[in-house]
Ligand binder design. Structure first.
Ligand code: SDX
Length: 455
């Protein structure tokens, strides 16, 4: 029987008429890929895709997103089912191991997360080096990076399964502690140690809001709200911060240092920093009668204003996480904090106006996970500056699961993209005395540096 011909695409160079064949690879769901790994060696050219709008950087079995249908699956389970029926430690176990844990596995995993929540006492001294008014994300980048000096290659082989589990367990267990101390530091309050008898989200709220003068006992509604937020932010395929962690990890760098790079990437307002920007935007809009003015600003190409919490590189339909959060916002605010109700009502109205606007419809701009998360975080009593920190705690499991998946497959290569060079051709060196003083090109035009350099 004739061997089934492998599916392929043929690229024809119209200048030379040369044809180049590249094989198609199929996954279990979603778009297939064209394997262009030999494109340069065959054609002498690079593929070009700044921002990776059409590029698959890897293959992975952890998370699947269908942007057109607004679907998000973790190891095959729909995010709605996980948010409504699971808890964050279970979802961590699922992302890391591929299956939901049974009772025994769940108990053992909970023990791992519980028994590594404390930080080395010397790490606590790093906090006092930060200005009191530092953004907590600046502290997170610093402290997570510093963990690489306490868990270093001297003592651990992170290419081994044991070493990888050290990185996984310490990062998952310690991130809430690191985050809570960053918050306490910004308040000038004493640090609160974790308590082993509390579950993950309870312990996190305890460290955030207890003081030596009084224990904080969060209601079930508050613990559940935080747990759902952590689940909804756990992983999201090859987003910017996850790709940053994997790019750093491809050189064999220390996993704690790689996650610190991911924290830095998540901080950006176009990524995880959007939840903070959404609340600030809602405060600026202030009331429903101002919504139209801001929708018009978002549509005005000359205006840098964007509707924060709207749009997504992958979702061209509803972000399923925003749907869960919207529903949950209402039930939660009824229970814990109707004070933020006006903010929620304004957000819902803004969403309604935007989703009926031709511009947003044509560009397929829907609310993303950041649009509603800030309202829940405010209801939990956190300031905007801590919103992306909570996102960081949640996404740590996504970063480290994807890092682990790559490291399990030992044949990975270092990530090393190429470029389209548009700079100067090779030219002879000009001695200082021969350089023309009235240089044509203005250095740093219109800036302080420019004035410094211009004669
Ligand atoms: C997260 O990748 C992930 O999975 C991220 C994330 C995760 O879980 O890891 O889902 C978390 O980062 C969510 C996104 C949070 N960011 C924001 O809410 C910031 C506001 N959104 C945008 O900046 C933007 O939508 C991005 C960054 C999210 C996506 O940018 P893309 O895919 O590069 O799209 P684009 O900027 O090219 O926009 C396409 C068009 C543009 O118009 P044209 O140039 O084609 O005329 O849509 C417009 C944009 O101007 N547009 C917006 C808009 N977002 C896009 N216009 C107004 N308001 C917006 N929010």
């Amino acid at each position: 029987m004739e061997k089934e011909k492998k599916k392929s695409v043929t690229v024809i160079d119209n200048q030379t008429g040369k044809k180049f064949e590249f094989f198609i690879k199929h996954g279990s769901s979603g778009p297939s890929v064209v394997d262009f790994s030999t494109f340069y060696s065959k054609t002498g050219m690079f593929t070009y895709d700044p921002g990776y709008t059409s590029t698959a950087s890897c293959q992975s079995a952890i998370t699947y997103i269908d942007g057109e249908k607004g679907k998000l699956l973790h190891r095959g389970y729909a995010i709605e089912d996980l948010a409504n029926n699971s808890d964050y430690p279970e979802v961590c176990y699922l992302l890391l191991n591929g299956e939901l844990p049974d009772e025994n596995q769940k108990e053992k995993f909970r023990g791992i997360l519980t028994n590594h929540t404390m930080l080395h006492e010397q790490i606590l001294r790093f906090y006092s080096g930060f200005r009191r008014d530092s953004h907590p994300m600046a502290i997170m980048v610093g402290i997570v990076g510093a963990l690489s000096s306490f868990y270093s290659e001297k003592n651990y082989d992170f290419s081994s399964i044991e070493g990888q589990w050290v990185a996984v367990s310490r990062l998952l267990a310690k991130m809430p502690t690191i985050a809570a101390i960053a918050y306490k530091y910004s308040l000038g309050q004493p640090f609160i140690y974790p308590k082993n008898e509390l579950n993950y989200s309870e312990n996190f709220l305890h460290m955030l809001f207890s003081t030596p003068c009084g224990e904080y006992h969060p209601s079930l509604a508050r613990v559940e709200a935080l747990d759902k937020l952590l689940i909804l932010h756990a992983d999201h395929e090859q987003n910017a911060s996850t790709s940053t962690v994997k790019m750093a990890g491809s050189s064999g760098a220390n996993p704690f240092a790689c996650v610190a790079a991911g924290v830095a990437s998540l901080w950006g307002p176009a990524h995880g920093g959007a939840n903070e920007s959404v609340i600030r935007m809602l405060y600026e809009i202030e009331k429903e009668e101002n919504i139209k003015e801001y929708i018009d600003k978002a549509k005005d190409k000359k205006d840098p204003f964007r509707l924060m919490g709207f749009g997504h590189r992958v979702y061209k339909n509803h972000d399923p996480r925003a749907n869960v959060l919207r529903k949950y916002c209402y039930s939660l605010l009824e229970e814990i904090d109707s004070v933020n109700y006006p903010l929620l009502k304004l957000a819902t109205k803004l969403e309604e106006v935007a989703l009926n606007d031709k511009y947003f419809i044509s560009k397929k701009l829907y609310p993303n996970v950041d649009f509603y998360s800030g309202i829940i975080l405010k209801a939990l009593g956190l300031p905007e500056s801590m919103f992306t920190v909570i996102f960081t705690v949640a996404r740590t499991v996504g970063w480290i699961s994807q890092w682990k998946e790559v490291n399990e497959n030992q044949t990975t290569k270092i990530s090393r993209p190429r470029q389209l060079y548009i700079g100067k051709d090779e030219r002879a060196f000009t001695k200082l005395r021969d350089r023309n003083r009235t240089s044509k090109k203005k250095m740093f035009p219109g800036t302080v540096l420019g004035r410094l350099f211009q004669t």
